[in-house]
Design a protein around this ligand. Structure first.
Ligand code: CP
Ligand code: NVA
Length: 306
């Protein structure tokens, strides 16, 4: 049974396949020639954190392919204590053909997937956001061309989005540079695991944001306090202030640089309005691509499991 839980479980060539398949389906969708290849299939989404893009893009994608989507909060589904997680997974996977989970704990998603008889997709956990990273590399390819040897610089928190991006960049030959304050970097064990999986992975850390962006094809940021870290937000605003993407930082980048953000953004914190709405920004193309990747992921998972 194939699942999409972190990107670590894919091979680099599977990542490339997913990007190519999503791009093909995007072209068909734009040309209005997309075939409804999943008629009667049911998507079930269970979330314990809020979402706009992930929830709606997965549901739209399933409808475009001829299927339908259902949504439950974690409380309604009883993921935590009404019955065992394994029982919830076994029951829901009798009703649905594919399940998307958004949780705090990555382990919960992995345990659910182990008991599920249908593919499970991670729609974000505290540790990973794989569909976001696939989306980001598809968007970068559309705007920057061939990805091999290009450089993506991520400024800010070494969080779920940063980690999935690092894996995806390694798979497609993009140099990944992380610029984070001390204490908010990605842990060394993660880099060891990435290097073991993909010996060609190119990543480095550079704490000085202006030095970090000197060769950037893309500068990328995310919120400084993720969902679940709301109480740390005020302290983080001070610590992360030097990592804001603003006109001064963009002036230190190559002229062709593009700006990306997974959204939702806290305008005025990690990025200024001027950059979000400016000519470098490709954030809304990026948001749209969540739906195109969702279709590719459904087509790939449901096909590879049949
Ligand atoms: N980027 C993203 O996952 O957005 P949502 O939290 O709105 O789903
Ligand atoms: N790092 C953010 C991403 C939101 C899409 C969070 O986990 O809240």
């Amino acid at each position: 049974m194939k699942h999409l839980l972190s990107l670590f479980e894919l091979t680099p060539s599977e990542t490339e396949t997913l990007l190519d398949l999503s791009a093909e389906l995007k072209t068909e969708w734009k040309q209005r020639t997309l075939k409804q290849t999943l008629p009667g299939r049911v998507l079930l989404q269970i979330y314990e954190k809020p979402s706009l893009r992930t929830r709606v893009s997965f549901e739209s994608a399933m409808i475009h392919l001829g299927g339908a989507g259902m949504f439950m909060t974690e409380k309604e589904a009883g993921l935590r204590g009404r019955e065992s997680l394994q029982d919830v997974a076994q029951v829901t996977s009798r009703f649905a053909d594919v399940i998307v989970l958004r949780t705090f704990s990555q382990q919960l998603i992995e345990e659910f997937a182990a008991a599920s008889s249908v593919p499970v997709i991670n729609g974000l956990s505290d540790d990973f956001h794989p569909c976001q990273a696939l989306t980001d590399l598809l968007t970068m390819r559309e705007h920057c061309g061939d990805l091999k040897g290009k450089t993506l610089v991520y400024l800010g928190d070494g969080n779920n989005v940063a980690k999935s991006l690092a894996i995806c960049c390694a798979d497609v030959g993009v140099n990944f540079v992380l610029s984070s304050p001390k204490g908010y970097q990605i842990e060394p064990e993660f880099w060891d695991r990435l290097k073991q999986r993909n010996s060609k992975a190119s990543f480095k850390t550079e704490a000085d944001p202006k030095k970090a962006v000197a060769k950037a094809d893309v500068v990328y940021t995310d919120v400084w306090a993720s969902m679940g870290q709301e109480e740390e937000a005020a302290a983080r605003r001070k610590i992360f202030a030097p990592y804001q993407i603003n006109a001064e930082l963009i002036a230190a980048c190559p002229k062709s640089v593009k700006f990306m953000h997974c959204l939702p953004a806290k305008r005025g914190e990690e990025v200024t309005d001027e950059i979000m709405d400016g000519e470098r920004s490709i954030v809304f193309d990026q948001a749209e691509n969540r739906m195109h990747i969702a279709r590719g992921v459904f087509a790939w998972l449901l096909d590879s499991n049949n």
